[in-house]
Design a protein around this ligand. Structure first.
Ligand SMILES: Nc1nc2c(ncn2[C@@H]2O[C@H](COP(=O)(O)OP(=O)(O)OP(=O)(O)O)[C@@H](O)[C@H]2O)c(=O)[nH]1
Ligand SMILES: [Mg+2]
Length: 427
């Protein structure tokens, strides 16, 4: 059974096409009228859609019976076999059975076969409609759960879904909305026909990831130049991983880049802090200097003139400890060319991140550095902080291991964290 759908401008034309393509034996399963864009995109026109079926075995047999049988089992008429004389007279043929009109039965059978084929086709269509319905249901329940205000609901479904993903990843709702609106406008401009509403979900996701990547400012790695001493200081709250990151950076520069490194610590409040860095310094065989005063700091830097990189570790502060922060500011102000990285943990609550960043503003950090990415599963706060603080992202700490668990931040990597592509299994 062959089932095929034809389109034509009128019913008569459609029937002619069916007859021409499928032969006289074809019968009509269904017809419908639908609208489609007219040629050159000028408005719409209506079109007749006819689905027809034909039993090919039967149609083939009819064709074969009428065709000259020069091939196949029967010999051609003009062959010795055809010319051979008959041996004995054949017995008289039995009287023909009364002719029975099988045509209506055959037609009915064909119609049943056609209907079954059409049902199978419908099953596939139904399955895809059910899948779409399921997706709509999931989207609606997510909208209900997150209590999205009407502002978000004007987004087309594919972007509304992505908005939900961003918010679920702890991106601030307003930032998520602005990103989605931007993507919607850009997609509409790109398609030129206002059809962003119908945009394919995968295309929308890829596009939004690009928008996010473009939005994330990243810094180049600490630039080491021959004959020039580069100074980088790590500042930030207690326990975020400043000392560990200093060790990671030092190990990388010393072991991989084969550059001369020195360590300096301003963290003199706790012996344990000096010990911790001292251990790394010993392992890496790099000098460590403890600076208590501005004079200490100046003389240490003079001493390290031949070093390509001087890394400065600093003490962490509790939020209320403004005095220590002021002292640190006094020291760092002495270093006009220092590259100051504000170290933040990706596990910190979004609102606290904003407060911390504001508190460290007097130290004029030029970079943001996020650690402990391995300890969280939502990365939205990184994006929200970057949007607020507007400093480029330098490195990402992804574990405790020194030096492996450190990455140079790239906008693509961060976009990946903020809006991952669904894994094949999840699809
Ligand atoms: N999981 C994980 N742990 C980290 C990371 N970076 C640092 N740590 C751990 O966090 C803890 C604190 O790290 P430190 O380097 O001492 O933090 P700090 O900012 O110097 O702390 P203070 O000097 O007390 O302010 C240690 O156990 C580190 O191993 C990271 O990227 N991922
Ligand atoms: Mg420390």
């Amino acid at each position: 059974m062959r089932v095929k759908t034809f389109e034509a401008g009128s019913m008569q034309d459609a029937l002619d096409v069916v007859k021409k393509d499928m032969g006289e034996e074809a019968f009509i399963l269904s017809t419908r009228t639908r609208r489609r864009p007219a040629a050159l995109g000028l408005g719409e026109e209506s079109v007749i859609e006819v689905t027809a079926a034909v039993d090919e075995a039967q149609a083939g047999a009819t064709l074969a019976a009428g065709a000259p049988l020069t091939y196949g089992l029967r010999a051609p008429l003009d062959t010795p076999a055809a010319r051979r004389p008959a041996r004995a007279p054949a017995p008289p043929a039995p009287p023909p059975a009364p002719a029975m009109d099988l045509q209506p039965l055959r037609r009915e059978l064909l119609e049943i076969k056609g209907a079954v084929a059409a049902l199978k086709d419908n099953d596939l269509r139904n399955a895809s409609i059910l899948k779409e319905l399921d997706q709509m249901k999931a989207l609606l329940s997510r909208i209900q759960r997150q209590g999205m205000p009407p502002a978000q609901l004007h987004l087309p479904p594919s972007l509304l879904e992505l908005y939900g993903d961003l918010v679920a990843n702890d991106v601030e709702p307003l930032i998520a909305l602005r990103l989605c609106e931007y993507a919607q406008r850009a997609l509409t401009d790109q398609d030129g026909d206002g059809s962003a509403g119908a945009v394919d979900p995968e295309r929308a996701r890829l596009f939004l990831r690009r928008v996010i990547a473009d939005f994330i400012p990243v810094a180049p790695p600490i630039q080491l130049e021959p004959g020039k001493m580069r100074v980088a200081a790590l500042v930030g709250p207690t326990g975020v991983g400043k000392t560990t990151t200093v060790a990671k950076l030092a190990a990388y520069a010393q072991l991989h880049l084969k550059q001369k490194v020195a360590l300096l610590t301003l963290d003199t409040y706790r012996m344990a802090a000096v010990d911790q860095l001292q251990q790394y310094a010993q392992i890496l065989q790099v000098p460590l200097h403890v600076a208590l005063t501005v004079e200490d700091l100046r003389s240490a830097l003079r001493f390290y003139q031949d070093r390509a990189l001087v890394l400065i570790d600093t003490p962490g502060h509790s939020p209320k400890d403004t005095e220590t922060l002021n002292q640190l500011r006094g020291l760092l102000d002495e270093l006009p060319e220092v590259e100051t990285h504000l170290v933040l943990s990706a596990t910190t609550k979004p609102r606290d991140l904003t407060e911390i960043a504001a508190r460290y503003e007097p130290l004029h950090p030029t970079r943001l550095l996020f650690t402990k990415l391995d300890e969280t599963s939502t990365y939205g706060p990184i994006l929200s902080t970057l949007a607020r603080v507007k400093r480029p992202l330098s490195y990402l700490g992804t574990g405790q291991e020194v030096p492996e668990a450190l990455e140079l931040a790239t906008s693509r990597r961060v976009a990946d964290l903020i809006l991952p592509m669904p894994t094949k299994e999840a699809e």
